[in-house]
Structure formats: C-alpha cells, structure tokens
Design a protein. Structure first.
Length: 74
C-alpha cells in the first residue's frame, strides 16, 4: 500500500507552526519556490516539505527582526 500524503491548508499550517495566518499567507505570496502540492477547489494544499520551507522562512524573518531590534550594525 502507498501512504496517503498529508496535505494541509494555510490555516492548518498557521496553527501547526503557532504563527498568525497573515504571516503564513505573506510567505506563500512572496516565496515563489513554495508551491502547493494540490488544490481542492480554491484551497491550496501543502505537503510536509512545503511546511518545513514555511517554518524555515518564519525563522529567518524572526532572526532578522531580532537582529535589527538589537541596534547592532553589520
């Protein structure tokens, strides 16, 4: 038997990553390399690989924010 892929909507991903929905939507709108694995009507469905990419992008944004808030210069 083949495993059924676990596909998630943007709202479910936001809950999984404990992030506001608007941040997840922004990442998907500005990172063309993160693509949905499937569509169900108007819903975009993402696989675990895409979810990890979203998690990574959230971490990058948070790191940049933290660095810029310390007042240090590069």
């Amino acid at each position: 038997m083949t495993a059924v892929p676990q596909l998630r909507t943007t709202g479910v991903i936001a809950k999984m990553l404990d992030a506001p929905l608007h941040r997840v939507v922004h990442i998907l709108a500005t990172r063309p390399h993160i693509k949905p694995a499937a569509r169900a009507g108007i819903l975009r469905l993402f696989d675990s690989e895409a979810i990890e990419k979203i998690r990574h992008e959230l971490e990058v944004i948070d790191a940049i924010r933290q660095f810029s808030n310390t007042g240090e210069s590069a």
